[in-house]
Design a protein around this ligand. Structure first.
Ligand SMILES: [Zn+2]
Length: 317
């Protein structure tokens, strides 16, 4: 059962790649899109990669999925063109996470409420930025101050996937069974990944995690690490000289051996901290987009590359 499912998904993915390549010639607006042709039961717009990927995995060949954050661009500070906003009005559904991308929040507010799904409640955004790059449980902070990076915890991502599956079934009842089956298969893959992370990160000598921006708070919380983001919850927030000095001290005193950089953000601060402490630089990908620089072609491949990077960098056995 799972084998034929995988084969079906692989076939669907290769069709999607073929169509995406063919449609690139039509112009940049077609990038990242559609999973199927103009006969799709649903036209779905998504805000950025992890939500795009979930919609593709669950919607399969019944849906056409586009993404507002183009491949290779950093999603936090996304700006939307007038054309992007106009295109949203012709889609059946916009899937996004409120509080992550202000431009998408604004655009969503202009659409009919019945054509919008905000996944942030299902994502359980329970952490907020604390002092000195660590995070703490969110209490009274407004949603905008919460850590948005739910997809780096497969269990939070699975909860979002279930919500997406339910909403697609509601919007396209003829496909309800297909969406339910695909959701179950996708969640099973996320559960398996979660179990791999739990096993792989159970015995690590270094429990302080120094990351480029503070994207790994939920992963750190679930697997017993303390994250220290060089930048804050958004990579655009540059660290002060004082913050860099404190981080450098921490790297030395806690015997941190690896500083993590990312694929979509300039690595100069990670390299600065590494150079002044003798630590190594490795890549830990927050999966805010997939590019040719990514260590895999989809969420699961990159997460397994992240697990390998963490096992080496945190000295796990
Ligand atoms: Zn981020």
């Amino acid at each position: 059962m799972s084998r034929s499912r995988t084969a079906l998904q692989a076939a669907a993915a290769s069709v999607a790649v073929g169509l995406a390549l063919a449609s690139c010639a039509a112009g940049p607006a077609a990038q990242g899109g559609p999973s199927t042709g103009g006969d799709a039961a649903l036209r779905i717009a998504t805000s950025f990669y992890p939500i795009e990927y979930a919609a593709q995995q669950i919607g399969g060949t019944r849906v056409s999925v586009s993404v507002l954050t183009k491949p290779g661009t950093e999603p936090h500070d996304l700006e939307l063109s007038a054309k992007d906003a106009a295109d949203l009005r012709t889609d059946d559904l916009l899937l996004y996470a409120k509080g992550f991308q202000p431009a998408v929040d604004s655009a969503a507010g202009l659409l009919e409420p019945g054509k919008v799904l905000d996944v942030s409640a299902a994502a359980r955004l329970t952490l907020a930025a604390g002092p000195d790059g660590t995070e703490q449980p969110a209490t009274a902070q407004p949603t905008a101050a919460r850590d948005p990076h739910f997809w780096l915890d497969p269990e939070r991502y699975a909860a979002v996937a279930r919500l997406v599956g339910e909403r697609l079934a509601k919007a396209d009842p003829a496909g309800a069974q297909a969406y339910q089956r695909a959701t179950t298969a996708f969640v099973a893959k996320l559960d398996a990944l979660d179990a791999e992370l739990t096993r792989g990160l159970a015995r690590c000598a270094v429990r302080d995690l120094v990351t480029s921006h503070a994207a790994f708070g939920y992963l750190a919380q679930r697997h017993g690490f303390t994250q220290h983001g060089i930048a804050g919850l958004s990579p655009g927030a540059e660290p002060s000289a004082g913050a860099l000095a404190r981080l450098t001290d921490l790297v030395r005193s806690r015997h941190v051996t690896t500083i993590y950089q990312e694929t979509l953000v300039q690595p100069q601060f990670a390299q600065t901290v590494a150079a002044s402490t003798g630590a190594k630089v490795a890549t830990l990908d927050p999966l805010e987009g997939i590019t040719t620089a990514s260590a895999g072609s989809d969420y699961f491949e990159v997460m397994r590359a992240n697990l390998a990077a963490l096992r080496a960098g945190q000295q796990c056995r």
